[in-house]
Design a binder for this molecule. Structure first.
Ligand code: SF4
Length: 338
């Protein structure tokens, strides 16, 4: 695409509502990310001006002692995003740390964000309790400020969130309201874009998460996927094929319903009436999941072989996001008289 055409596309996009979403690069993405958020991201790019940030500064809050791993994680996340179908011509993909205006605005907003607001974030105390006092840093406490900046600096109007994330966004809205009250209406107050993202189960039946070691990665090949599905948790009351099962509580059935919808009713009936065994059903589900992931894996392999292309996409996106960020920061400093 030529420069003029690209510019025209950006201008056309900029007239749409702006959506901002970010992800912490903590390693490769999994099927839970794909079904839970990424497919929604791809759909949003059709009608909105989407800014997708790889939040590597946020990754530092829990990985400050292994900071050199983060650049690699950033690249992996971007490859996963692109492989999953995000088109860099339809959205802006960028890296948080490459936009110094984000850090500067974080300092400015930290001056007006009361510590009591930050301390009341439930995840702060939960995470410190779970991960130990080592992560109880100034940066970790200030995480909500940085999150607010992520949205505000690109003038995000809507943020795709699940119900559990609404309180976090409300805190960002409060910080922005406080800024606008003190200095004038400069920052956009973002609204939640509630997404009906399914809770994707992992191989042990809990929510799919890397920290539970129960994830099927987008980067896994067919053999690795099959091996994981073979050990997948099912209805524990169904020991033999002839035992009546409860598909509604079974993670294998979750994937059948999503990926093999036409056959789901039949599978459920055969499971309940003891005419379908878990070994057979898992093999069938693995076939459908592998077929679903095949084009993503192909794209992933192609992109992984072209690191310069990934860097170029990130460079273009970062340049575009930075130009918006510079303007926002200039407006903020002018409003504050700095
Ligand atoms: S037959 Fe299928 S749906 Fe039923 S319990 Fe086994 S794996 Fe789950």
């Amino acid at each position: 695409m030529g420069v003029a055409q690209t510019k025209q596309t950006f201008e056309a996009r900029a007239k749409r509502r702006r959506i901002m979403a970010g992800i912490r690069p903590t390693g490769r993405l999994h099927v839970g990310h794909l079904l839970g958020a990424l497919q929604n991201f791809v759909a949003l790019t059709r009608d909105a001006d989407c800014f997708f940030e790889v939040a590597d500064l946020h990754a530092l809050t829990t990985k400050f002692d292994r900071s050199k791993e983060i650049a690699h994680d950033v690249r992996e996340v971007v490859i996963d995003w692109l492989a999953a179908g995000l088109d860099p011509e339809l959205c802006t993909i960028y890296v948080q740390s490459q936009i110094p205006e984000i850090s500067e605005l974080a300092v400015l907003l930290s001056m007006i964000a009361p510590i009591s607001w930050l301390e009341r974030v439930p995840t702060y105390k939960d995470q410190v309790a779970a991960l130990g006092s080592d992560i109880a840093t100034h940066g970790f406490l200030g995480y909500p400020i940085l999150q607010t900046v992520d949205i505000a600096i690109v003038r995000g109007e809507r943020v795709p969130v699940g119900q559990d994330q609404v309180p976090h966004l409300e805190l960002s809205r409060e910080i922005i309201r406080r800024f606008n009250h003190l200095y004038g209406p400069v920052l956009v107050e973002p609204e939640p874009l509630l997404s009906q993202t399914p809770l994707v189960p992992g191989t042990d039946g809990r929510k799919m998460s890397k920290s539970y070691d129960n994830a099927i990665l987008l980067a896994d090949d067919e053999a690795a996927t099959n091996a994981k599905i073979k050990t997948m948790f099912t209805d524990p009351t169904k020991v033999h094929k002839t035992d009546p099962g409860h598909p509604e509580t079974c993670p294998v059935f979750f994937f059948q319903r999503v990926l093999n919808a036409g056959a789901a009713d039949d599978i459920a009936t055969r499971c309940r009436t003891g005419r379908l065994g878990c070994v057979e059903d898992k093999a069938d589900m693995a076939r459908h999941l592998n077929a679903f992931l095949a084009p993503i894996r192909e794209r992933r392999a192609r992109l992984a072989a072209k690191p310069e292309l990934v860097l170029e996409i990130l460079g273009d996106g970062t340049q575009r996001a930075r130009s918006v960020a510079m303007k926002t920061l200039a407006d903020v400093k002018s409003a504050m008289g700095l």
